[in-house]
Write a protein of this length. Structure first.
Length: 417
């Protein structure tokens, strides 16, 4: 394991990455890949910088001459699936891949992940009746559609797709017997992204209309500018893998700062770390359901525990309006996307010493976008003219929308059971 991490560190530094001298890239059976301090580190210390040329995303796929199908037919994929298929291609051609040292540190496809997406039927039955189960089914259906459509594009371009798998062709036993560990490869690639990626805003310049795509060749790395105006709006939100940045294990109490520079992504710790201790990253407050769905584990005594509530398809008249005002809740096919309309509700813990009223404390646990969607449903059922709400929090908690809150609360209670 140390050889794998040493190789990653050398590759990382050789390509412009920065790692603090007192930070070690470590890996073991208990913690997986992680950061560890070899000496005490003071608060405010800059510990890691990942240059954009090390990142992997759909941008690389669009300029890679080794895989012309992705370059020529990029927009026949979705922006998400293009990233997944490109990762699959890198894995299947790992020995020639620029990212080989990084790929070697990832859980392999044959090992898979501990997330519900890899559960067998016996394990999945324990999720039945929960919103998490609905989220799993919704994500699985979306991923399978991405795979089916992507494979069709690749086949039409004359590419051999036999190893770009969704399900084992001959059954798990025979695949293992013949050494073909490519089963569930698409599901593996999608899970790598869902569990380790960062928002594409990290590589989107604030003062430019172009993305910088990095093209890795035997003669070095070239940059190619991709004009954002050449892409539809839904292509401007995507995920990026940052080798090195994703090594830090999650701790919701870790105090860290992320810095987005024009050509790099950096991590600074805001509290002292003792020698020999693990250095954690903080990927934001996540409920137990989110942790299980995204990473395959739950944290005991999670201060951000709550539940995930997936909004079911609203009535057709309401969907017609929402498809225009809230397109993020719909698939590219025009269907309602329950996964995109899944919200995290914190468990309300009213505090008498708080300056906030019990009303504000309770509704502060409900995401305003969720309350807004339920408000439209209530208005529709009461025969009120439904119009887009400009400021949901102000309208619902301070304005005329307060009258709908009791009914909204009832809907939330029913859906949360």
């Amino acid at each position: 394991l140390s050889i794998i991490m040493d190789t990653l560190e050398k590759w990382f530094r050789d390509n412009g990455g920065y790692l603090h001298p007192s930070v070690q890239l470590a890996q073991d059976a208990e913690h997986g890949s992680h950061f560890r301090a070899t000496a005490s580190i003071e608060p405010g210390t800059h510990v890691l910088t990942v240059p954009h040329n090390l990142a992997m995303s759909n941008l690389n796929a669009q300029v890679d001459d080794n895989f012309p199908v992705f370059k020529i037919h990029a927009q026949q994929f979705t922006v998400q699936s293009l990233g997944y298929f490109y990762l699959m291609a890198q894995w299947l051609n790992k020995d020639k891949s620029f990212w080989k040292p990084y790929l070697d540190t990832l859980p392999s496809p044959e090992r898979g992940f501990e997330t519900p997406m890899f559960y067998g039927e016996d394990d999945r039955q324990w999720l039945e009746g929960t919103d998490l189960h609905a989220s799993v089914l919704g994500r699985e259906a979306a991923w399978k559609k991405y795979w089916e459509d992507g494979v069709q594009v690749m086949q039409s371009a004359g590419m051999d797709v036999k190893n770009y798998t969704w399900l084992p062709k001959y059954g798990t036993f025979n695949i293992m017997l013949h050494g073909e560990y490519t089963e569930f490869l698409f599901k593996w690639a999608a899970t790598v992204y869902s569990s380790r990626s960062f928002n594409g805003s990290t590589v989107t310049p604030q003062d430019s209309q172009s993305w910088t795509a990095y093209k890795h060749t035997p003669n070095g790395t070239e940059t190619v500018l991709l004009n954002q105006n050449d892409y539809p709006e839904d292509w401007k939100t995507f995920s990026v893998l940052f080798p090195g940045m994703d090594i830090g294990n999650h701790n919701p109490n870790a105090h860290v700062k992320w810095a987005y520079d024009p050509d790099s992504f950096s991590l600074t710790i805001s509290e002292e770390v003792q020698s020999g201790s693990q250095i954690y990253n903080n990927y934001g407050p996540k409920s137990s359901e989110e942790l299980l769905m995204g990473y395959g584990f739950c944290a005991p005594n999670n201060p951000y525990d709550g539940l995930l509530l997936a909004m079911r398809p609203p009535p057709p008249p309401l969907q017609q309006m929402l498809s225009i005002t809230h397109p993020q809740y719909f698939k590219t096919t025009g269907e309602w996307n329950s996964e995109a309309a899944t919200f995290r509700l914190l468990r309300a813990k009213l505090q008498e010493t708080s300056n906030a009223s019990p009303f504000d404390q309770a509704w502060g646990c409900v995401p305003a976008p969720l309350a807004e969607l339920f408000c439209y449903v209530v208005q529709l059922e009461r025969g009120v003219d439904v119009a887009p709400i400009e400021d949901a929090e102000e309208y619902l908690y301070q304005g005329d929308g307060k009258r709908y809150l009791p009914r909204i609360a009832l809907y939330i209670m029913i859906r949360s059971k």
